[in-house]
Design a binder for this molecule. Sequence first.
Ligand code: ZN
Length: 180
Amino acid sequence: MEAHINKYLSIFRKQYTPIFRHTLMMLRRLVAKLQTHSHSNYCMKSSKPPCRFGFPKHTYRPSDSLLIIAYNPENLRHWRANMDIQLINDANGAAYYVCHYLYKSEPDELKCALANLINTVFKQNPDMTAFQRLWNVGLCVLKNRRVSAQEADFRLSNLCLIQSSRTVVSLNTRPKERRF
Ligand SMILES: [Zn+2]
């Protein structure tokens, strides 16, 4: 498992993999420029913990890599822009990530209501079916989610919430031999 993770993910400032010297130097420059966390007003909003993203990270890292944001060396070399790779190792992790991302901008009332539902109602009623649980989650979201007047108007009028004046073009970025 560890070897599999290390194959795709790096948290090191310096790479020691056997690649061409100029590639190695370019990668090190990219890591220093794009993958090094620097504290800002945004990440230091609350004093506990000092940095909301948990930097500097002290686990399993050499001292020169405490501020490195996880990246994939091969992708970074081609992408040349910041990335933050997070490991998801099962379906629950994927569900957690998606839900966390979806509700990132929601106010705390909804998060508290959902946490309350899961921590009290679900625990007090262990015989609930998956359908009943999902139904309750849906009701909780409907009851607690704040909707702007504009969004409510658009939804009630069955209008599109999103429009684009540009056509979306999907690029298959896999290596040629793996495209299908
Ligand atoms: Zn920070």
